[in-house]
Ligand binder design. Structure first.
Ligand SMILES: CCCCCCCC(=O)CC(=O)SCCNC(=O)CCNC(=O)[C@H](O)C(C)(C)COP(=O)(O)OP(=O)(O)OC[C@H]1O[C@@H](n2cnc3c(N)ncnc32)[C@H](O)[C@@H]1OP(=O)(O)O
Ligand SMILES: NC(=O)C1=CN([C@@H]2O[C@H](COP(=O)(O)OP(=O)(O)OC[C@H]3O[C@@H](n4cnc5c(N)ncnc54)[C@H](O)[C@@H]3O)[C@@H](O)[C@H]2O)C=CC1
Length: 303
């Protein structure tokens, strides 16, 4: 904790020499979101420590980041050598670790992006005994902040998947978040080349408060036998202009993550019919059909 405070002070001292609000960022969780956040943080000039539970997972994360960077480079640079240099430089700014404890002693910002489970997130924050903006999709961050000691340095950053492509970042504060912390988080969003929006610390913030009921109603429509998965997706793409239909998007987000979100909401808000559990979703997760990440969800994917 003392070390983290020191490094935080150092970040204020050095930020005057650099354009970025933070220099070194630690991202905990190297899954879909953590990898994307680490990638964009590194490609915008931050040095990054990416933390996950073991080196096999981290190897996959680094592979995914490399592939994604190659796609970005192809678009960004006409000259292939410049693209290769961009990929190499960006990868060079990311290191990996299996414990966050070693990283937080020399970091300026800790971003948590582990599984959407309140108890797991709180446990991690207790271990860190520190401040870390959180990438929860659906949990009011005040509930997580209970486990953080320095609440003035705690805030919420909600990124969107795929992080390299999605321009939005929701920046959330709790009453205890200091103005200095909030301003730094907004500045970090700009450094990450995102457009920031803010709202009260309410379940799902802005996007997911609207998106979750929409996606679940699509699942219920299919459960009732009112329409097929394919027709719902086609309808929403061609009739409402969405880039993906709700089932394609569910597979993209991960059905396990959807279930985590829904389980949390239905437990905390049992009277809200919009947040009721879905037996189809429960069944698919129990069968290991998690979407793209497992090779099958509502649709099959090549592994
Ligand atoms: C209970 C309910 C639970 C709700 C859960 C909420 C979870 C949350 O907390 C909040 C969320 O993040 S919700 C998800 C938000 N994201 C979306 O809605 C994505 C919708 N899809 C898209 O925008 C495009 O299909 C997309 C951009 C993904 C891909 O574009 P296309 O469809 O045109 O497909 P591609 O041809 O593959 O891609 C076009 C170009 O995009 C670039 N690209 C795509 N993915 C990339 C990636 N991962 N990294 C780097 N570049 C990437 C790429 O440049 C590609 O061009 P090419 O490489 O030349 O093909
Ligand atoms: N999937 C999506 O589209 C989005 C997800 N989110 C949120 O971001 C967070 C992460 O989601 P995803 O990346 O999709 O999940 P994921 O399942 O792809 O990745 C989670 C990672 O966390 C790691 N992990 C679990 N416990 C850990 C611990 N104690 N220490 C270190 N690493 C640990 C796992 O090994 C895994 O690699 C969740 O809170 C989710 O709600 C936010 C926006 C979009």
């Amino acid at each position: 904790m003392a070390n983290l405070c020191k490094s935080f002070v150092r970040s204020f001292a050095t930020s005057a020499q650099r354009a970025n609000a933070f220099n070194h960022v630690t991202v905990i969780g190297g899954g879909l979101m953590g990898s994307g956040i680490a990638q964009v943080a590194a490609s915008t000039g931050h040095t990054v420590s990416l933390v996950d539970q073991d080196n096999t997972i981290l190897g996959k994360s680094m592979n995914g980041i490399h592939k994604s960077l190659e796609r970005v480079a192809k678009k960004k640079f006409e000259n292939p050598a410049a693209g290769e240099a961009f990929v190499k430089d960006t990868m060079g700014r990311i290191s990996t670790a299996t414990s966050p404890i070693t990283c937080v002693s020399h970091t300026d910002l800790v971003i948590e992006a582990i599984v959407e489970n309140l108890e797991t997130k709180k446990k991690l924050f207790r271990e860190l005994e520190a401040v870390a903006p959180d990438n929860t999709s659906s949990i009011p961050i005040t509930d997580i902040a209970v486990a953080a000691k320095r609440k003035d340095r705690f805030g919420g950053l909600h990124f969107f998947n795929p992080v390299p492509m999605m321009k939005l970042l929701e920046v959330i504060r709790i009453p205890a978040t200091s103005d200095a912390t909030f301003d730094k988080l907004l500045a970090f969003g700009k450094d990450m080349e995102k457009v920031t929006v803010s709202c009260k610390d309410t379940p799902g913030f802005i996007v997911n408060r609207l998106l979750v009921p929409y996606m679940l109603e699509a699942v219920r429509m299919v459960e009732r036998g009112d329409a097929s998965i394919q027709d719902v997706d086609t309808a929403m793409k061609l009739g409402a202009g969405y880039p993906m239909g709700p089932f394609e998007l569910s597979d993209y987000v991960g059905l396990d993550t959807m279930k985590f979100i829904l389980d949390g909401w239905s437990k905390n808000y049992p009277d809200n019919p919009l947040f009721k559990p879905s037996s189809l979703l429960d069944k698919m997760v129990a069968q290991g059909k998690l979407g793209r990440k497992s090779g099958e969800g509502f649709y099959p994917y090549k592994k």
